[in-house]
Ligand binder design. Structure first.
Ligand code: ADP
Ligand code: MG
Length: 302
């Protein structure tokens, strides 16, 4: 499916099926991500979000269907009406353009920070070691870890490890960056610094981003499109504005209720809590407040 303006999408899922044994996780999934888009996938645990990212990263095999990166088939192509698997060399070539940051950092524990970062640029891109080190130092500076290049991952805090993982992904100059719950394993007080770095990356580059997160404020700040998944299917899609002011589907409302409702008042962004100051909630007709009316002086309730 081409984008409406005819541009080739950065990522296209076409009739994608993924099974683990008898478990069907994705069944005929179709969606596209335009170049430069920042798309956040939300949805309950087990809805297939990680699987989608891992398929793009070729860490999982596709059971059926096709994924296209920049219009090029990633792992399988249709040739004379037949679905054929492409050579590993082809996959490797396309995967060079994609970076991923994982919930559990996944750094190489036996390598120093700088070795982690230069590994792929040197061995996959064929960059000279000197150039790779110079670039890695720039990235370490960007993520605030210039003094840690000789440390080993396990000597670092979780937040520091994740910043190294971000630098490692950026060292490949990816066209597409996949972020899978990158702050879920971090202590709450350091979540903000990691998200701040990613926000800067989003603002200063045109990297296409596919993001899985439960940090709804981050999703709102960074993404221009949100896809709500349940059971491997897209339940609802829209802009962050639409999602957080007037979600259409009950399934989406239930999910957002669980992740964004005010823990004390139970207030939802699109529906002030009964008894809250201002006009009382009118359950029969959901309100569609403007952005300003969802934002309090103390900060956004999301
Ligand atoms: N390696 C695997 N083997 C078997 N089942 C898996 C595997 N990976 C994921 N699944 C199953 O696929 C479904 C989707 O998982 P996942 O993509 O991790 O969801 P999410 O990231 O939305 O929580 C779940 O039912 C999960 O148990
Ligand atoms: Mg997951």
């Amino acid at each position: 499916m081409a984008a409406p303006n005819g541009a080739v999408p950065a990522i296209e899922f076409r009739d994608v099926q993924k099974r683990f044994g008898d478990t069907v996780v994705l069944d005929g999934l179709n969606f596209t991500v335009a170049k430069g888009d920042r798309v956040t996938l939300i949805g309950p645990s087990g809805s297939g979000k990680t699987t989608i990212l891992r398929l793009v990263m070729t860490l999982e095999d596709l059971t059926d269907g096709y994924i296209f990166i920049d219009g090029e088939p990633l792992t399988h192509a249709e040739v004379d009406g037949e679905r054929v698997e492409l050579k590993p060399k082809h996959k490797t070539e396309i995967r060079k353009r994609i970076g991923m940051v994982f919930q559990q950092f996944n750094l190489f524990p036996n390598m120093t920070v700088i070795e982690n970062i230069i590994e792929a640029p040197v061995h996959v891109l064929g960059m000279s070691k000197e150039d790779a080190i110079e670039k890695a130092r720039g990235l370490l500076d960007q993520v605030g870890l210039a003094d840690k290049e000789d440390a080993h991952p396990l000597e670092l805090s979780g937040g520091q490890q994740q910043r190294v993982a971000i630098a490692r992904a950026l060292a490949m100059d990816p066209e597409i960056l996949l972020l899978d719950e990158v702050t879920s394993a971090l202590d709450p007080e350091i979540v903000g610094e990691v998200l701040g770095i990613l926000k800067d990356v989003a603002e200063s580059t045109d990297i296409t981003m596919l993001i899985v997160t439960h940090e709804m404020q981050f999703a709102r700040d960074v993404s221009n499109r949100i896809l709500m998944f349940d059971g491997g299917r897209i339940v609802e899609e829209g802009t962050p504005e639409e999602f957080f002011t007037n979600p259409k589907e009950q399934r989406t409302r239930d999910f957002l209720q669980a992740v964004v409702a005010d823990p004390i008042t139970g207030a939802l962004p699109w529906q002030p809590a009964p008894g809250a100051s201002g006009t009382p909630a009118a359950p029969a007709t959901p309100t569609t407040p403007s952005t300003t009316s969802t934002t309090t002086q103390d900060g956004d309730p999301l």
